[in-house]
Design a protein around this ligand. Structure first.
Ligand code: GUN
Length: 292
């Protein structure tokens, strides 16, 4: 069994981007920039946004956090998004979700220019992904593909089984792996909670991608020998042995499944760090495609 080390790969990606940005600085060119917009006071969102800004600083990318109060109106937020759509120093715009209830999330996401939609959440980006056009894919699925590619895992003709149909992970990863392109070209099945017996599907997987948000859900008897397992889950469960009183586990019972898997992501240290690295990569891509 080989661990798919998201930390190592994410560091490698960051190092590559850091070198590219250093070259731009040397040439006296503008550098890529990311603005993260945070509305309200959600502690988890504050941590996410702070870590994104830290990632940018580490590779020499420009970044800014726009922190708005919980009572910010939809109109004010739309105006701010529009301001950054026009700003030549910020090539990626990220509006941290969830937004306060009085703001229509869809409307805000749709207001982000598709040229700067580094989260890949807008209907234009999603549509382009589905029809196989170059676009921004959302960061977690893009990171999963990158991890498979960097470990040289064959995907062509392989059966990828996706557990979960969310707009952020399940649907986009299925569409990515379906594309007739290198690092994809897979046979794809999407499963979800309405399946009577999920193991009928999971047992067929050459590559199993678990994104259902249910701790330790996938057990050893649900997979075949040699399966490649990507665990997207981040679940908090009680752990009396830990000082914090909890620990983070994935959607896959790592201990059991890792005995049968050929490759498997750990949680933490797998997909999560890849997500962060892909946000930087998407921002760099936005700069290359549309920046000046
Ligand atoms: N909230 C939780 N994850 C994400 C993410 O990847 N992007 C945005 N914009 N909001 C989030």
């Amino acid at each position: 069994m080989i661990l798919l080390d998201g930390k190592k790969v994410a560091e490698a990606i960051k190092e590559e981007l850091k070198n590219e940005i250093a070259k731009l600085v040397e040439q006296g060119k503008n550098i890529p920039g990311l603005v993260a917009i945070l509305v309200g006071e959600n502690p988890a969102s504050e941590i996410y946004v702070r870590s994104k800004a830290k990632d940018c600083a580490e590779i020499g990318m420009r970044s800014k956090v726009e922190k708005l109060g919980p009572d910010t109106s939809e109109e004010t937020l739309l105006k701010l998004v529009e301001k950054y759509n026009q700003d030549k120093d910020y090539h990626g715009i990220l509006v941290q979700l969830p937004l306060p209830k009085h703001i229509n999330e869809d409307k805000i996401i749709e207001a982000i220019s598709p040229k700067k939609d580094v989260d890949g959440f807008s209907p234009v980006s999603v549509g382009n992904l589905v029809i196989g056009k170059d676009t921004f894919a959302s960061c977690t699925p893009a990171g999963i593909q990158e991890l498979l590619v960097r470990y040289g895992i064959e995907t062509k003709g392989k059966h990828v089984v996706v557990l979960g149909r969310s707009n952020i992970v399940g649907k986009p990863i299925a569409n990515i792996m379906l594309q007739k392109k290198a690092g994809a070209n897979s046979i794809v099945t999407i499963c979800h909670s309405a399946a009577k017996d999920l193991s009928l599907f999971t047992k067929q997987a050459d590559i199993l991608i678990a994104a259902i948000g249910s701790p330790n859900f996938v057990k050893a008897e649900m997979v075949k020998d040699g399966v490649v397992v990507v665990d997207v889950g981040i679940n908090r469960i009680e752990d009396k042995n830990s000082a914090k009183g909890y620990k983070i586990v994935g959607d896959v019972d790592f201990e059991g499944v890792s005995k049968k898997a050929s490759f498997i992501t750990p949680v933490p240290g797998g997909v999560g760090l890849m997500t962060r690295a892909m946000l930087l990569k998407n921002t760099f891509k936005a700069y290359l495609n549309f920046g000046e």
